[in-house]
Design a protein around this ligand. Structure first.
Ligand SMILES: Nc1ncnc2c1ncn2[C@@H]1O[C@H](COP(=O)(O)OP(=O)(O)OP(=O)(O)O)[C@@H](O)[C@H]1O
Ligand SMILES: [Mg+2]
Length: 241
């Protein structure tokens, strides 16, 4: 469904993403981990069209994404969330999701119906009239997911939607992601919370200094000496045993 070949992005002298190859098959849930500054969000920016790679190719469902702006890529069925959530603060929760739905449905009435459905899926029904800026972080993260879902994606890129959540909120969003995946959505998920990732992903890709240093099933990746060195630390490995 998604194929990256030799994707590279430089910011001046810094290579944020270096020759990354990555494939995501339809129906997969793939995790991306790596230390701060590893290039994870930059990779999402490149896939979603917010930034252009200096080298390499990105193909989604047979379409070369080169030169396509984010809204065109969204229309192809590929949507992302933002690590720093970006709701329209003064709009209601429902209207925020409506904006997403309007990318697909031209009639406001139909789009609103679609938005309400997505709000229910995401457990945001009771908050639909609240201004988005009044939501606590856990709900704002879910709103970010809802806005993405309203564009009816086939592939969603989630950038740290679990960061900063308490255990209850974390459990809820994990359950939501699992349900979306079970219903057929393909997901690429950036997450620092390794325990959550181990339970969620079928395959994990590890970035370090912009390079892909490991890839495989969660248990194998967690034991990979390069990953332990770069990211997890010995204590994590001991905790797994
Ligand atoms: N627009 C930009 N201009 C210059 N440098 C940038 C830009 N965006 C990112 N970088 C740099 O590229 C590197 C990768 O950043 P990126 O945000 O992709 O990392 P990340 O893996 O998402 O980190 P985190 O876990 O902290 O979110 C960092 O060194 C960052 O400072
Ligand atoms: Mg990031």
């Amino acid at each position: 469904m998604l194929a990256l070949e030799g994707v590279t992005k430089r910011f001046g002298g810094l290579t944020a993403v270096r020759a990354v190859d990555l494939r995501v098959e339809r129906g997969e849930l793939v995790g991306i981990i790596g230390p701060n500054g590893a290039g994870k969000t930059t990779l999402f920016n490149l896939i979603a069209g917010a930034q252009r790679p200096d080298e390499g190719r990105i193909v989604f469902d047979g379409a070369d994404l080169a030169g396509r702006p984010p809204h065109a890529i969204c229309r192809l069925g590929l949507t992302r969330t933002f690590q720093l959530v970006k709701p329209f603060g003064s709009l209601s929760v429902e209207d925020n999701v409506l904006v997403g739905a309007l990318t697909r449905v031209p009639s406001v009435r139909e789009a609103r119906r679609a938005a309400v459905e997505v709000l229910e899926t995401c457990g945001l029904g009771p908050f639909r009239d609240a201004p988005a800026r009044t939501l606590p972080i856990g709900l704002r993260k879910r709103l970010e997911v809802a806005r993405a879902l309203a564009t009816r994606p086939r592939l969603v890129l989630l950038d740290e939607v679990m960061a900063g959540l308490n255990p209850t909120e974390l459990g809820r969003i994990l359950e939501l992601i699992r349900r979306l995946h079970a219903d057929g959505l393909t997901l690429l998920v950036i997450e620092h919370i390794m325990a959550a990732m181990m339970r969620l992903a079928q395959r994990i890709v590890v970035l370090h200094h912009g390079e892909k240093i490991a890839e495989g099933p969660p248990a194998a990746v967690a034991r990979d000496p390069r990953v332990v060195d770069a990211y997890l630390g010995e204590e994590f490995v001991l905790a797994q045993d």
